[in-house]
Design a protein around this ligand. Structure first.
Ligand code: NAP
Length: 292
């Protein structure tokens, strides 16, 4: 079997287009959606993530407010800034780029973001709502929200499916599991202590790989015809590349594509969806705050 490849780039482009249309509609009502990005320190990867998010804002018609802060910023000063942004009506979404320097407690910062502006979806109130049937979820974390959107747009049946999530982080694995459950899948979450992982993953109609181990999932771990979403982004040495490495996912693409029914590539699968879903969360926040 040769898997259908789910094109995350193309799906992300259509989401950006939908966001642009929604931002335009909001502007006709006098509302310009606004996203504040807070970057503490000078980590090059974080800097480039924030740059990409601000560029997407510009392209999608979202006003971007950027707060680059020195690495030695105190937790108290950061909390003061978040309180100011929380009270600013022009700011509909607040994104604090993680990780933060070690002297700052990440949880305290996330919990200081008002849940209705928490467009990253990491506030415990928003994560908790995801897990409670019947509760409206304000925002889902962007990467797992992108995973569900990929499944939806690839017309994968989630309701009633057996779903296995590899990984239980608060950024990807756990919220992905909650979202799948919310969409009526029967969900198993695996982690580093799971015994006989291949026996579990082979049960999956939907397999989400989010562990950060290059090419970990091989063909024998996948049920024939399964939908496989590869969230992992891992560097492997590659002397043929100018930069000396290439990016691969958590799945062995060659093997898994022979077994799965559909599969996301790395790069070009989940990656582009994360920023698209952040933009979507921001216009959603603007619309909700305008109507309140
Ligand atoms: P993380 O915080 O390091 O969590 C990894 C999870 O995988 C943990 O739950 C860990 O189990 C589990 N795990 C590790 N090795 C395992 C093994 N051998 N067998 C079973 N489970 C194992 O990572 P993360 O932040 O969730 O990210 C996961 C991957 O997604 C990374 O490659 C990251 O770069 C990528 N990612 C991509 C995007 C995107 O936009 N495409 C966004 C975020 C992350 P324990 O809990 O037991 O330690």
């Amino acid at each position: 079997m040769s898997a259908k490849i789910i094109d995350g780039k193309e799906i992300a482009l259509s989401i950006h287009q939908e966001v642009r249309t929604e931002a335009e509609q909001l502007r006709t009502q006098g509302i310009t959606p606004g996203l504040a990005t807070v970057l503490v320190g000078d980590d090059p990867a974080s800097r480039s993530y924030v740059k990409a998010k601000r560029k997407a804002c510009e392209e999608d018609g979202i006003q971007s407010f950027h707060y680059p802060l020195p690495a030695e910023t105190s937790q108290a000063d950061l909390l003061t800034l978040i309180a100011e942004l929380g009270a600013d009506p022009k700011v509909h979404g607040i994104l604090v780029q993680l990780p933060l320097p070690s002297h700052i407690q990440e949880n305290a910062v996330i919990q200081a973001i008002p849940p209705h502006k928490d467009v990253d979806g990491f506030h415990p109130e928003n994560l908790g709502r995801l897990g409670i049937k019947g509760e409206e979820a304000l925002f889902a974390p962007c990467t797992p929200a992108g995973v569900l959107e990929l499944l939806k747009r690839a017309e994968v049946q989630v309701s009633g499916a057996r779903a296995v999530v590899l990984g239980r982080s608060k950024i990807v694995g756990l919220p992905a599991a909650l979202l799948l459950l919310r969409n009526d899948a029967t969900v198993t979450v695996c982690h580093s202590r799971t015994k006989d992982l291949p026996a579990v993953t082979r049960e999956a109609d939907i397999l989400i790989a989010a562990i950060g181990r290059a090419n970990f999932v091989n063909g024998e771990m996948v049920k024939p015809g399964a939908a496989v979403i590869d969230v992992g982004v891992n560097r492997v040495e590659d002397a043929s590349r100018k930069r000396g490495y290439r990016l691969v996912g958590d799945c062995d693409f060659e093997e898994v594509s022979q077994v799965a029914g559909c599969l996301t590539p790395v790069p070009g699968g989940v990656g582009p969806m994360t920023i698209a879903m952040l933009m979507k969360n921001t216009v959603r926040a603007a619309r909700a705050q305008a109507s309140n």
